[in-house]
Design a binder for this molecule. Structure first.
Ligand SMILES: *Cc1c(COP(=O)(O)O)cnc(C)c1O
Length: 414
Protein backbone atom coordinates (compact mmCIF):
# COMPACT_ATOMS: atom_id res chain seq x y z
CA UNK A 1 0.00 0.00 0.00
CA UNK A 2 1.71 3.16 -1.11
CA UNK A 3 0.82 6.29 0.81
CA UNK A 4 1.61 9.78 -0.31
CA UNK A 5 4.74 11.11 1.41
CA UNK A 6 3.12 14.53 1.86
CA UNK A 7 0.17 13.05 3.78
CA UNK A 8 2.53 10.94 5.83
CA UNK A 9 4.60 14.01 6.72
CA UNK A 10 1.41 15.80 7.77
CA UNK A 11 0.47 12.89 10.00
CA UNK A 12 3.90 12.72 11.62
CA UNK A 13 3.53 16.37 12.67
CA UNK A 14 -0.03 15.93 13.93
CA UNK A 15 -0.99 16.54 17.55
CA UNK A 16 -1.14 13.17 19.30
CA UNK A 17 1.70 11.94 17.04
CA UNK A 18 4.45 14.57 17.16
CA UNK A 19 6.69 14.22 20.17
CA UNK A 20 6.23 10.44 20.12
CA UNK A 21 8.69 8.16 18.38
CA UNK A 22 7.36 6.87 15.06
CA UNK A 23 9.58 4.23 13.49
CA UNK A 24 9.92 3.74 9.76
CA UNK A 25 10.08 0.13 8.63
CA UNK A 26 10.67 -1.19 5.15
CA UNK A 27 8.00 -2.89 3.07
CA UNK A 28 6.80 -6.11 4.77
CA UNK A 29 8.96 -5.17 7.75
CA UNK A 30 6.26 -4.99 10.42
CA UNK A 31 7.17 -8.37 11.91
CA UNK A 32 10.81 -7.39 12.08
CA UNK A 33 9.87 -4.12 13.79
CA UNK A 34 7.81 -6.02 16.35
CA UNK A 35 10.71 -8.35 17.01
CA UNK A 36 12.97 -5.38 17.64
CA UNK A 37 10.55 -4.23 20.35
CA UNK A 38 10.38 -7.73 21.78
CA UNK A 39 14.14 -7.98 22.00
CA UNK A 40 15.09 -4.48 23.05
CA UNK A 41 12.36 -2.99 25.13
CA UNK A 42 10.40 -5.81 26.55
CA UNK A 43 12.11 -7.29 29.59
CA UNK A 44 8.67 -7.31 31.17
CA UNK A 45 7.13 -8.94 28.11
CA UNK A 46 3.99 -6.84 28.37
CA UNK A 47 1.53 -6.94 25.45
CA UNK A 48 1.79 -4.01 23.04
CA UNK A 49 0.12 -2.52 19.98
CA UNK A 50 1.70 -1.20 16.82
CA UNK A 51 -0.28 1.52 15.04
CA UNK A 52 0.79 1.70 11.38
CA UNK A 53 0.25 5.34 10.45
CA UNK A 54 0.88 4.54 6.78
CA UNK A 55 -2.22 2.35 6.81
CA UNK A 56 -4.27 5.26 8.17
CA UNK A 57 -3.00 7.51 5.37
CA UNK A 58 -3.80 4.87 2.73
CA UNK A 59 -7.29 4.32 4.10
CA UNK A 60 -7.97 8.03 4.14
CA UNK A 61 -6.78 8.27 0.52
CA UNK A 62 -9.00 5.34 -0.36
CA UNK A 63 -12.04 6.95 1.26
CA UNK A 64 -11.42 10.25 -0.52
CA UNK A 65 -10.99 8.57 -3.89
CA UNK A 66 -14.04 6.30 -3.54
CA UNK A 67 -16.48 8.68 -1.85
CA UNK A 68 -15.21 12.20 -2.58
CA UNK A 69 -18.58 13.80 -1.79
CA UNK A 70 -19.07 12.05 1.57
CA UNK A 71 -17.19 13.69 4.46
CA UNK A 72 -16.03 11.19 7.09
CA UNK A 73 -16.61 11.91 10.80
CA UNK A 74 -14.49 9.21 12.49
CA UNK A 75 -16.47 7.42 15.24
CA UNK A 76 -14.21 7.92 18.24
CA UNK A 77 -15.72 5.06 20.26
CA UNK A 78 -14.17 2.54 17.88
CA UNK A 79 -10.64 3.38 19.03
CA UNK A 80 -9.79 6.64 20.82
CA UNK A 81 -5.98 6.25 20.62
CA UNK A 82 -4.81 9.90 20.48
CA UNK A 83 -2.33 9.24 17.67
CA UNK A 84 -5.11 7.82 15.50
CA UNK A 85 -7.38 10.78 16.29
CA UNK A 86 -4.56 13.23 15.60
CA UNK A 87 -3.57 11.53 12.35
CA UNK A 88 -7.16 11.57 11.08
CA UNK A 89 -7.61 15.20 12.14
CA UNK A 90 -4.46 16.18 10.24
CA UNK A 91 -5.69 14.37 7.14
CA UNK A 92 -8.92 16.36 7.28
CA UNK A 93 -11.37 13.96 8.91
CA UNK A 94 -14.07 15.21 11.27
CA UNK A 95 -15.34 13.35 14.33
CA UNK A 96 -18.38 11.54 15.69
CA UNK A 97 -18.34 11.80 19.48
CA UNK A 98 -20.84 10.13 21.79
CA UNK A 99 -19.97 11.58 25.20
CA UNK A 100 -18.35 14.49 26.99
CA UNK A 101 -15.02 12.66 27.32
CA UNK A 102 -14.91 11.87 23.59
CA UNK A 103 -15.60 15.52 22.75
CA UNK A 104 -12.86 16.58 25.17
CA UNK A 105 -10.38 14.15 23.59
CA UNK A 106 -11.02 15.55 20.12
CA UNK A 107 -10.97 19.23 21.18
CA UNK A 108 -7.70 18.57 23.04
CA UNK A 109 -6.09 17.91 19.63
CA UNK A 110 -6.99 21.41 18.49
CA UNK A 111 -9.94 20.31 16.37
CA UNK A 112 -12.62 23.00 16.08
CA UNK A 113 -16.05 22.13 17.55
CA UNK A 114 -17.75 22.58 14.16
CA UNK A 115 -15.90 19.43 13.03
CA UNK A 116 -17.75 17.32 15.60
CA UNK A 117 -21.15 15.65 15.41
CA UNK A 118 -22.45 14.61 18.82
CA UNK A 119 -24.02 11.49 17.36
CA UNK A 120 -25.54 9.88 20.43
CA UNK A 121 -29.35 9.98 20.15
CA UNK A 122 -29.76 9.78 23.94
CA UNK A 123 -27.46 12.05 25.91
CA UNK A 124 -27.07 12.82 29.63
CA UNK A 125 -28.19 16.39 30.38
CA UNK A 126 -24.80 17.31 31.82
CA UNK A 127 -23.10 16.26 28.56
CA UNK A 128 -25.58 18.32 26.52
CA UNK A 129 -24.73 21.35 28.68
CA UNK A 130 -21.04 20.69 28.12
CA UNK A 131 -21.55 20.45 24.33
CA UNK A 132 -23.33 23.80 24.43
CA UNK A 133 -20.51 25.36 26.45
CA UNK A 134 -17.82 24.34 23.94
CA UNK A 135 -19.85 25.04 20.78
CA UNK A 136 -20.59 21.53 19.53
CA UNK A 137 -23.77 22.44 17.70
CA UNK A 138 -24.85 19.34 15.82
CA UNK A 139 -26.46 16.28 17.40
CA UNK A 140 -28.88 13.44 16.71
CA UNK A 141 -32.20 12.48 18.32
CA UNK A 142 -34.94 9.89 17.95
CA UNK A 143 -37.32 10.65 20.83
CA UNK A 144 -39.50 13.43 22.27
CA UNK A 145 -37.67 13.37 25.58
CA UNK A 146 -34.42 14.15 23.81
CA UNK A 147 -36.07 17.17 22.15
CA UNK A 148 -37.08 18.49 25.57
CA UNK A 149 -33.58 18.05 27.01
CA UNK A 150 -31.99 19.79 24.05
CA UNK A 151 -34.53 22.63 24.19
CA UNK A 152 -33.65 23.15 27.84
CA UNK A 153 -29.86 22.91 27.66
CA UNK A 154 -28.77 23.59 24.08
CA UNK A 155 -31.57 25.22 22.07
CA UNK A 156 -29.17 26.52 19.40
CA UNK A 157 -28.08 22.99 18.50
CA UNK A 158 -28.90 21.71 15.02
CA UNK A 159 -30.57 18.33 15.02
CA UNK A 160 -30.39 15.29 12.78
CA UNK A 161 -33.32 12.90 13.06
CA UNK A 162 -31.89 9.41 13.48
CA UNK A 163 -34.09 6.95 11.64
CA UNK A 164 -34.05 3.18 11.80
CA UNK A 165 -32.61 1.74 8.59
CA UNK A 166 -35.47 -0.15 6.91
CA UNK A 167 -33.46 -3.09 5.70
CA UNK A 168 -31.63 -5.44 8.02
CA UNK A 169 -27.98 -4.73 7.27
CA UNK A 170 -27.01 -8.26 8.35
CA UNK A 171 -24.54 -6.66 10.75
CA UNK A 172 -22.68 -8.53 13.51
CA UNK A 173 -23.72 -5.64 15.77
CA UNK A 174 -27.15 -4.39 14.69
CA UNK A 175 -28.09 -0.95 16.04
CA UNK A 176 -31.72 -0.92 14.90
CA UNK A 177 -33.07 -2.61 18.05
CA UNK A 178 -31.90 0.36 20.11
CA UNK A 179 -31.87 3.47 17.93
CA UNK A 180 -33.76 5.13 15.13
CA UNK A 181 -37.26 6.55 14.69
CA UNK A 182 -39.79 4.20 13.09
CA UNK A 183 -41.63 5.41 9.97
CA UNK A 184 -44.80 6.46 11.81
CA UNK A 185 -42.80 8.31 14.48
CA UNK A 186 -41.08 10.58 11.97
CA UNK A 187 -43.75 13.21 11.36
CA UNK A 188 -44.67 13.57 15.07
CA UNK A 189 -41.00 13.98 16.00
CA UNK A 190 -40.43 16.61 13.30
CA UNK A 191 -43.53 18.46 14.52
CA UNK A 192 -42.40 18.25 18.14
CA UNK A 193 -38.99 19.69 17.24
CA UNK A 194 -40.64 22.44 15.24
CA UNK A 195 -42.98 23.25 18.14
CA UNK A 196 -39.97 23.36 20.50
CA UNK A 197 -38.36 25.96 18.24
CA UNK A 198 -35.46 23.66 17.40
CA UNK A 199 -33.88 23.37 14.00
CA UNK A 200 -33.83 19.93 12.37
CA UNK A 201 -31.25 20.20 9.62
CA UNK A 202 -31.08 16.63 8.40
CA UNK A 203 -31.37 12.89 8.78
CA UNK A 204 -29.00 10.22 10.04
CA UNK A 205 -29.01 6.44 10.16
CA UNK A 206 -26.63 3.56 10.89
CA UNK A 207 -27.11 0.26 9.07
CA UNK A 208 -25.24 -1.64 11.82
CA UNK A 209 -21.61 -2.48 12.42
CA UNK A 210 -19.46 -5.33 11.09
CA UNK A 211 -20.02 -7.58 8.07
CA UNK A 212 -22.88 -5.44 6.80
CA UNK A 213 -24.73 -5.99 3.52
CA UNK A 214 -23.86 -3.05 1.32
CA UNK A 215 -27.33 -2.97 -0.17
CA UNK A 216 -28.69 -1.77 3.20
CA UNK A 217 -27.28 1.70 2.39
CA UNK A 218 -29.60 1.90 -0.58
CA UNK A 219 -32.80 1.33 1.41
CA UNK A 220 -31.66 3.66 4.17
CA UNK A 221 -30.83 6.50 1.76
CA UNK A 222 -34.25 6.01 0.14
CA UNK A 223 -35.88 6.21 3.59
CA UNK A 224 -33.92 9.37 4.36
CA UNK A 225 -35.26 10.93 1.17
CA UNK A 226 -38.81 10.24 2.38
CA UNK A 227 -38.00 12.07 5.64
CA UNK A 228 -36.72 15.09 3.67
CA UNK A 229 -40.05 15.13 1.80
CA UNK A 230 -42.10 14.72 4.99
CA UNK A 231 -40.20 17.62 6.56
CA UNK A 232 -40.88 19.86 3.57
CA UNK A 233 -44.58 18.94 3.79
CA UNK A 234 -44.65 19.93 7.49
CA UNK A 235 -43.04 23.29 6.84
CA UNK A 236 -39.66 22.43 8.34
CA UNK A 237 -37.04 24.78 6.82
CA UNK A 238 -35.11 23.05 4.04
CA UNK A 239 -32.86 20.35 5.49
CA UNK A 240 -29.29 20.13 4.24
CA UNK A 241 -27.49 17.25 6.01
CA UNK A 242 -27.61 13.56 5.18
CA UNK A 243 -25.60 11.41 7.61
CA UNK A 244 -25.13 7.86 6.31
CA UNK A 245 -23.46 6.60 9.52
CA UNK A 246 -20.86 3.85 9.78
CA UNK A 247 -20.81 0.16 8.93
CA UNK A 248 -17.95 0.32 6.42
CA UNK A 249 -15.11 -2.21 6.41
CA UNK A 250 -11.72 -1.76 4.79
CA UNK A 251 -11.74 -5.07 2.93
CA UNK A 252 -12.82 -5.31 -0.74
CA UNK A 253 -16.42 -4.90 0.40
CA UNK A 254 -15.70 -1.19 0.79
CA UNK A 255 -15.71 -0.71 -2.98
CA UNK A 256 -19.09 -2.40 -3.17
CA UNK A 257 -20.48 -0.25 -0.32
CA UNK A 258 -19.09 2.92 -1.92
CA UNK A 259 -20.71 2.15 -5.25
CA UNK A 260 -24.09 1.40 -3.60
CA UNK A 261 -23.88 4.69 -1.69
CA UNK A 262 -22.94 6.66 -4.80
CA UNK A 263 -25.72 5.20 -6.91
CA UNK A 264 -28.34 5.68 -4.15
CA UNK A 265 -27.25 9.31 -3.72
CA UNK A 266 -27.57 9.75 -7.46
CA UNK A 267 -31.06 8.21 -7.43
CA UNK A 268 -32.55 9.92 -4.37
CA UNK A 269 -30.56 13.14 -4.02
CA UNK A 270 -29.62 14.18 -7.57
CA UNK A 271 -28.48 17.79 -7.93
CA UNK A 272 -29.26 18.95 -4.41
CA UNK A 273 -27.24 22.13 -4.15
CA UNK A 274 -26.16 22.79 -0.59
CA UNK A 275 -26.70 19.20 0.58
CA UNK A 276 -23.89 18.05 2.85
CA UNK A 277 -23.46 14.27 2.90
CA UNK A 278 -21.52 13.04 5.91
CA UNK A 279 -20.68 9.63 7.40
CA UNK A 280 -19.42 8.14 10.65
CA UNK A 281 -16.93 5.39 9.81
CA UNK A 282 -15.23 3.79 12.80
CA UNK A 283 -14.10 0.28 11.90
CA UNK A 284 -13.02 1.36 8.41
CA UNK A 285 -10.19 3.56 9.69
CA UNK A 286 -9.21 1.66 12.84
CA UNK A 287 -9.39 -2.07 12.28
CA UNK A 288 -6.43 -2.85 10.04
CA UNK A 289 -4.15 -0.11 11.37
CA UNK A 290 -3.41 -1.87 14.68
CA UNK A 291 -1.51 -5.09 15.34
CA UNK A 292 -1.36 -6.57 18.83
CA UNK A 293 1.55 -8.56 20.23
CA UNK A 294 0.90 -10.78 23.25
CA UNK A 295 3.36 -12.85 25.22
CA UNK A 296 2.95 -16.54 25.99
CA UNK A 297 2.95 -16.62 29.78
CA UNK A 298 1.95 -20.24 30.35
CA UNK A 299 1.71 -23.61 28.68
CA UNK A 300 0.14 -27.00 29.36
CA UNK A 301 0.45 -30.14 27.24
CA UNK A 302 -2.36 -32.69 27.24
CA UNK A 303 -1.45 -35.47 24.83
CA UNK A 304 -1.57 -33.90 21.37
CA UNK A 305 -3.35 -30.74 22.59
CA UNK A 306 -1.25 -27.65 23.31
CA UNK A 307 -2.74 -25.05 25.66
CA UNK A 308 -1.20 -21.59 25.95
CA UNK A 309 -1.92 -18.63 28.20
CA UNK A 310 -1.21 -15.15 26.87
CA UNK A 311 -1.22 -11.80 28.69
CA UNK A 312 -4.25 -10.22 26.99
CA UNK A 313 -7.69 -11.75 26.62
CA UNK A 314 -11.46 -11.54 26.70
CA UNK A 315 -11.44 -8.97 29.51
CA UNK A 316 -8.90 -6.92 27.57
CA UNK A 317 -8.38 -6.38 23.85
CA UNK A 318 -10.17 -9.59 22.90
CA UNK A 319 -13.45 -8.37 24.41
CA UNK A 320 -14.21 -7.89 20.71
CA UNK A 321 -14.94 -11.63 20.56
CA UNK A 322 -17.84 -11.14 22.99
CA UNK A 323 -19.11 -7.63 22.27
CA UNK A 324 -18.14 -7.15 18.64
CA UNK A 325 -18.73 -10.82 17.71
CA UNK A 326 -15.30 -10.71 16.10
CA UNK A 327 -13.17 -13.63 14.98
CA UNK A 328 -9.51 -13.11 15.80
CA UNK A 329 -6.49 -14.74 14.19
CA UNK A 330 -2.87 -14.90 15.27
CA UNK A 331 0.55 -15.91 14.06
CA UNK A 332 3.44 -17.10 16.20
CA UNK A 333 6.65 -15.18 16.81
CA UNK A 334 8.85 -17.67 18.57
CA UNK A 335 11.52 -15.07 19.26
CA UNK A 336 12.61 -16.84 22.40
CA UNK A 337 12.51 -20.53 21.55
CA UNK A 338 13.36 -20.37 17.84
CA UNK A 339 15.42 -17.33 16.98
CA UNK A 340 16.51 -18.89 13.69
CA UNK A 341 12.93 -19.27 12.45
CA UNK A 342 10.71 -17.10 14.66
CA UNK A 343 7.69 -17.23 12.35
CA UNK A 344 7.94 -21.03 12.52
CA UNK A 345 7.66 -21.48 8.75
CA UNK A 346 7.34 -25.11 7.74
CA UNK A 347 7.08 -26.46 11.28
CA UNK A 348 4.47 -29.02 12.25
CA UNK A 349 1.44 -27.58 14.03
CA UNK A 350 -0.72 -28.83 16.90
CA UNK A 351 -4.35 -28.41 17.79
CA UNK A 352 -4.07 -25.54 20.27
CA UNK A 353 -6.11 -23.55 22.74
CA UNK A 354 -5.18 -19.96 23.63
CA UNK A 355 -6.39 -18.64 26.99
CA UNK A 356 -6.37 -15.09 28.32
CA UNK A 357 -4.65 -14.30 31.63
CA UNK A 358 -7.62 -13.94 34.02
CA UNK A 359 -8.95 -16.74 36.19
CA UNK A 360 -12.27 -16.98 34.35
CA UNK A 361 -12.71 -19.97 32.02
CA UNK A 362 -14.70 -17.66 29.74
CA UNK A 363 -11.38 -15.94 29.11
CA UNK A 364 -10.57 -18.19 26.14
CA UNK A 365 -9.33 -16.50 22.97
CA UNK A 366 -8.97 -19.38 20.49
CA UNK A 367 -9.85 -23.07 20.45
CA UNK A 368 -9.05 -25.68 17.83
CA UNK A 369 -6.40 -23.38 16.40
CA UNK A 370 -3.33 -24.73 14.62
CA UNK A 371 -0.06 -23.46 16.09
CA UNK A 372 3.49 -24.78 16.13
CA UNK A 373 5.03 -25.90 19.40
CA UNK A 374 5.67 -22.71 21.36
CA UNK A 375 7.36 -22.07 24.66
CA UNK A 376 6.71 -19.68 27.51
CA UNK A 377 8.05 -16.19 26.57
CA UNK A 378 7.34 -16.67 22.85
CA UNK A 379 4.81 -14.28 21.29
CA UNK A 380 1.49 -14.46 19.46
CA UNK A 381 0.73 -11.59 17.09
CA UNK A 382 -2.88 -10.61 16.28
CA UNK A 383 -3.43 -8.50 13.14
CA UNK A 384 -6.45 -6.22 12.50
CA UNK A 385 -6.98 -5.46 16.18
CA UNK A 386 -7.88 -1.77 15.97
CA UNK A 387 -11.68 -1.79 16.09
CA UNK A 388 -13.63 -2.18 19.33
CA UNK A 389 -10.70 -3.83 21.11
CA UNK A 390 -8.68 -1.86 23.67
CA UNK A 391 -11.49 0.74 23.67
CA UNK A 392 -13.76 -1.61 25.61
CA UNK A 393 -11.20 -3.56 27.67
CA UNK A 394 -11.29 -3.68 31.47
CA UNK A 395 -8.75 -4.08 34.26
CA UNK A 396 -10.39 -7.26 35.59
CA UNK A 397 -8.10 -9.38 37.75
CA UNK A 398 -5.48 -6.62 37.59
CA UNK A 399 -4.73 -6.99 33.89
CA UNK A 400 -5.20 -3.38 32.85
CA UNK A 401 -6.05 -2.91 29.17
CA UNK A 402 -5.52 0.85 29.39
CA UNK A 403 -1.86 0.37 30.24
CA UNK A 404 -1.05 -1.51 27.02
CA UNK A 405 1.42 0.67 25.10
CA UNK A 406 0.94 1.63 21.46
CA UNK A 407 4.10 1.96 19.36
CA UNK A 408 3.81 4.16 16.28
CA UNK A 409 5.30 3.04 12.97
CA UNK A 410 4.93 3.51 9.26
CA UNK A 411 6.13 1.74 6.19
CA UNK A 412 8.82 3.73 4.44
CA UNK A 413 7.81 3.37 0.78
CA UNK A 414 11.39 3.54 -0.51
C1 LIG B 1 -20.64 2.83 16.48
C2 LIG B 1 -21.15 3.93 15.66
C3 LIG B 1 -20.48 4.31 14.49
C4 LIG B 1 -19.30 3.55 13.93
O1 LIG B 1 -19.70 2.38 13.31
P1 LIG B 1 -18.68 1.49 12.43
O2 LIG B 1 -19.48 0.29 12.06
O3 LIG B 1 -17.51 1.18 13.30
O4 LIG B 1 -18.29 2.29 11.25
C5 LIG B 1 -20.96 5.40 13.80
N1 LIG B 1 -22.03 6.10 14.23
C6 LIG B 1 -22.70 5.76 15.35
C7 LIG B 1 -23.86 6.57 15.77
C8 LIG B 1 -22.30 4.66 16.09
O5 LIG B 1 -22.98 4.32 17.19
Amino acid sequence: MGSSPISLQTVLCAPGVRGRRATAFRKDGLTEFMQSIMFKKQELKEPFYVLDLGVVVSLFDKWTRSLPTVRPFYAVKCNPEPALLGALAALGANFDCASRAEIEAVLALGVKPDRIVYANPCKPESHIKYAASVGVNLTTFDSRDEIQKIRKWHPKCDLLLRIKAPEDGGARCPLGPKYGALPDEIAPLLQAALAAGLSVTGVSFHIGSGDTHSRAYHGAIAAAKTVFETATGLGVPKMNVLNIGGGFTADPKFDEAASVVKSALQTYFPNEPGLSVISEPGRFFAESAFTLATNVIGKRVRDELREYWINDGIYGSMNCILYDHATVTCTPLACTSNRANPTCKGLRTYNSTVFGPTCDALDTVLTGYQLPELQVNDWLVFPNMGAYTAAAGSSFNGFNTASILTHLAYCNPT
